[in-house]
Design a protein around this ligand. Structure first.
Ligand code: 4AD
Ligand code: MG
Length: 463
C-alpha cells in the first residue's frame, strides 16, 4: 500500500473507512493493557496522528520498541475519533518498526526542553514541534520569495560565493586559501605571496552578491540573488550569524523611491504568504512563545511603512529624552535600540530610514547634492531592527571613482565593476534582505540561532 503523508490525511486525501499506510516518528505512547495510543508525527505537519493499537491484535513484546523517537510504519483503517483532541485516528492492523530509539539515550524525551538545550542537539531538534514549525515556515518563505520575484519578471542570478572583492568594505571576510598555513610563501618584501595561492590572488567567501548583481541588472533589467553570505564579524548577538542567507534584488531604471516601494511590497508579500500557508505552524509558535505574534504580523500588513530621513530620525531620537546605551548624534551609526525606539515606540509601525551620512555607508551608494549624505535606505522592523539594507547606486563613473579613491579601495580589483559605469550606465537600485531576520520576525523567535537549521556563529561550527 502506498504511504500517505499525515498532512494529506488531515486534508481529506483518504475517506474515513479506507485503509491507509503511514510512516513517521513516535512522539509519545500511552495507554493500558487493552489499548495503546501512539502519537505519530511524520514532519509534514505540526499535527500528530493518533494510532490506536488494540492489544488483542498486538503483543507487549511487539510494542516494547515503540518508544519516543522510534520510527514506525502503520497500516490500518482511518476512522472518526471518539476521543478528545482529534477528529480522526488510525485503527492499526499492522505494525512495522524501522528504527528504535533507546529511551536512556534519546535526548528528546516528551517535552519542555529549553531552546538553549536544543541548540546543543541541533542534529535532532528538527524532530521537535518547535523546529518542525520553524523549518516548514522557513521553506514556505523561501518559496514565496522566488514566487514574488518570478511573478514580476525578475531573473534569478547566481553570484559567486568565492570572491576577490569586499562588497561592503567592512573587511569582515573569511579567507579561502590552499596555501600551507605553517609555511606561507613570501615575496621579497616579506608579505604573503598570493600568486602561489589557488586563485593566484587573495580570495574570500562573499559578504554580498550585490556587485555581481549589478552586472546582471544592467543586462537583464531586474535580477535577484538568494544564497548564503558570510561575515567574520565577531558579533555574538541574537541577530547576527557568520553564515546567513541573503536575498538581493537589483533593478535598472529604479530610483530610491521605486526601491522603497519594492522592498515594502516584498516583505509584505512574504508575511502574507506565511499567514495564508503556514497557519497551523504560526498558531503553534504563537501559543508556545509569543501571544502577540499574529497581531504583530497582521499589523505590519495593515499600514504603509513610514518614510523618514536619517536626519529626521536622529532629531526624534535626540528629542525623545530617552537614555540610550549608545549615544545618538548626527553621524552616529544607529544601533538596534535606536531603530527599535523609532519603530516600536515612536511610530508603532515599520520605518524606512533614508539618506544616511556617507561616512557610515558603503562606497557604491548614490551621493546626494548636499555632499554629506547618500541615497541609502534601511527598513526597520519591530523586534528586529534592521531587516533590509539597500540604496540607489552611484551611476556616475566620475563620482564613483572619486569615492573609491577617497576611501583607498584598491582599484585594480574593481575594474570590472567600474565598466558598468563606463558602458551604458543607468540609474539603478537594489537592497538586501537578511533571510533569517525575516524568518525571526515571522516565527516570533528571539534568537537568530533558532531559525536556521545549523547556525554558524563565533566559536561554533558543530554539525
Ligand atoms: O545591510 P547589509 O550589510 O547590506 C548589504 O550587504 C548590501 N550589499 C545589500 C544590497 O544593497 N544588495 O546586509 C543586508 C541585510 C541586513 O539588513 C540584515 O537583514 C542582513 O542582511 N544581515 C545579517 N543577517 C544575519 N547575520 C548577519 N551577520 C547579517 N548582516 C547583515
Ligand atoms: Mg546594513
Amino acid at each position: 500500500m502506498k504511504r500517505t503523508k499525515i498532512v494529506d490525511i488531515y486534508a481529506g486525501a483518504k475517506p474515513v473507512g479506507s485503509e491507509v499506510s503511514v510512516m513517521g516518528w513516535v512522539r509519545t505512547r500511552r495507554g493500558n493493557k487493552h489499548v495503546q495510543f501512539v502519537a505519530l508525527n511524520d514532519g509534514s505537519t505540526i499535527r500528530n496522528l493518533q494510532i490506536v493499537l488494540d492489544m488483542e491484535k498486538f503483543t507487549d513484546e511487539q510494542l516494547r520498541p515503540v518508544t519516543t523517537g522510534s520510527a514506525i510504519h502503520i497500516e490500518g483503517i482511518l476512522v472518526e475519533s471518539m476521543g478528545k483532541g482529534q477528529s480522526i485516528e488510525i485503527q492499526a492492523e499492522k505494525l512495522e518498526i524501522f528504527g528504535t530509539a533507546d529511551p536512556d539515550e534519546y535526548p528528546l524525551q516528551k517535552k519542555g526542553h529549553t531552546l538553549e538545550f536544543l541548540r546543543e542537539k541541533a542534529h535532532l531538534r528538527p524532530r521537535t514541534n518547535t523546529f518542525g514549525a520553524i523549518l516548514r515556515i522557513r521553506s514556505a518563505l523561501a518559496f514565496a520569495i522566488h514566487r514574488f520575484f518570478q511573478e514580476r519578471g525578475f531573473f534569478y542570478l547566481n553570484t559567486p560565493l568565492i570572491t576577490a572583492s569586499d562588497c561592503e568594505g567592512a573587511g569582515a571576510m573569511f579567507q579561502v586559501t590552499t596555501l600551507p598555513l605553517n609555511e606561507l610563501p613570501r615575496t621579497e618584501d616579506g608579505s604573503i605571496d598570493y600568486s602561489a595561492d589557488f586563485f593566484g590572488k587573495q580570495a574570500a567567501l562573499t559578504v554580498s552578491g550585490q556587485l555581481e548583481g549589478e552586472l546582471g541588472a544592467t543586462a537583464l533589467g531586474a535580477i535577484y540573488t538568494f544564497g548564503p553570505t558570510f561575515r567574520a564579524e565577531n558579533s555574538n548577538t541574537p541577530r547576527h550569524l557568520a553564515e546567513f542567507w541573503m536575498i538581493e534584488p537589483e533593478m535598472a531604471f529604479y530610483d530610491i523611491t521605486d526601491n522603497m516601494q519594492l522592498a515594502e511590497d516584498f516583505v509584505k508579500y512574504c508575511i502574507r504568504y506565511a499567514l495564508d500557508n503556514c497557519h497551523d505552524d504560526i498558531e503553534f509558535l504563537s501559543s508556545m512563545y509569543d501571544k502577540e505574534l499574529i497581531t504583530r504580523l497582521e499589523s505590519v500588513l495593515a499600514d504603509s511603512f513610514v518614510r523618514l530621513t536619517y536626519t529626521e530620525g536622529v532629531e526624534i531620537l535626540e528629542k525623545s529624552g530617552r537614555k540610550f546605551e549608545f549615544p545618538v548624534y548626527w553621524g552616529a551609526d544607529l544601533s538596534s535600540e535606536h531603530e527599535r525606539y523609532l519603530v516600536e515606540e515612536h511610530f508603532r509601525r515599520p520605518v524606512i530610514l533614508t539618506d544616511y551620512p556617507r561616512e557610515i555607508k558603503a562606497f557604491y551608494m548614490k551621493q546626494n547634492e548636499d555632499g554629506r549624505t547618500v541615497r541609502a535606505m534601511d527598513v526597520l522592523f519591530p523586534q528586529i531592527g534592521e531587516i533590509i539594507g539597500g540604496s540607489e547606486r552611484e551611476e556616475s563613473y566620475e563620482k564613483l571613482m572619486a569615492r573609491i579613491e577617497e576611501l583607498g579601495i584598491p582599484m585594480k580589483d574593481m575594474w570590472w565593476y567600474l565598466d558598468t559605469r563606463r558602458f551604458g550606465t543607468v540609474p539603478h537600485s537594489g537592497f538586501g534582505l537578511g533571510f533569517e531576520r525575516l524568518v525571526l520576525f515571522v516565527t516570533g523567535m528571539t534568537n537568530i540561532r533558532d531559525v536556521i537549521p545549523f547556525p554558524r556563529t563565533p566559536g561554533n561550527a558543530e554539525f
